[in-house]
Design a protein around this ligand. Structure first.
Ligand code: NI
Length: 175
């Protein structure tokens, strides 16, 4: 496994519409392993393949596994989601405002409205169909990561963007 380089908006791959994953071969398994390692190393809560310069529809998501997260998110805390070709098939009317950051845009935060809950359909790393019902922070992370697959960044839709102060660092984990 290897920690991959996370690209920034100067790299056009981040703005491209990514193509669907067609083959769940060894090459894809290595990419998944490397993306998970990169996500944990960053550390972040979500990573999309275009962020490591691979223009494919693949995301990894994992909320932190600390005591506070376990209290708030229960079994979702620390659970690893690997989703190929993810699609939001259902989303709540209710929107919630929250703070986001992105591993591709270090040093900034923004306020973004997202659906409070979403249902995500896709394939797991073996190519088997999966369906995930996500709410709260998990739903936010899925929306952020799926946007990456269409070349969209949170700064495109943020109501407000600000530079991180040192004391912000522990508040939000980037996606
Ligand atoms: Ni991001």
């Amino acid at each position: 496994m290897a920690v991959l380089e996370i690209i920034q908006p100067g790299n056009p791959v981040l703005r491209k519409k990514a193509i669907r994953v067609m083959s769940f071969d060894n090459k894809l398994q290595k990419l998944v392993d490397d993306m998970v390692e990169t996500l944990l190393d960053a550390p972040g809560v979500g990573l999309a393949a275009p962020q490591v310069e691979v223009s494919q529809r693949l995301i990894v998501v994992r909320l932190p596994d600390d005591e506070e997260s376990r209290e708030e998110y229960g079994k979702e805390a620390g659970k690893l989601y690997v989703v190929a070709n993810p699609e939001i098939v259902k989303s709540s009317k209710a929107m919630v405002e929250g703070t986001e950051a992105c591993l591709s845009i270090p040093g900034f935060y923004g306020t973004v409205d997202r659906h409070e809950s979403v249902t995500v359909k896709g394939l797991d790393r073996e190519g088997k169909p999966i369906r995930i019902k996500a709410k709260g922070w998990l739903a936010r992370v899925f929306q952020h990561e799926i946007d990456h697959l269409d070349g969209q960044l949170y700064i495109d839709i943020a109501k407000e963007i600000w530079r991180a102060r040192p004391e912000d660092e522990e508040e939000t984990i980037a996606e």
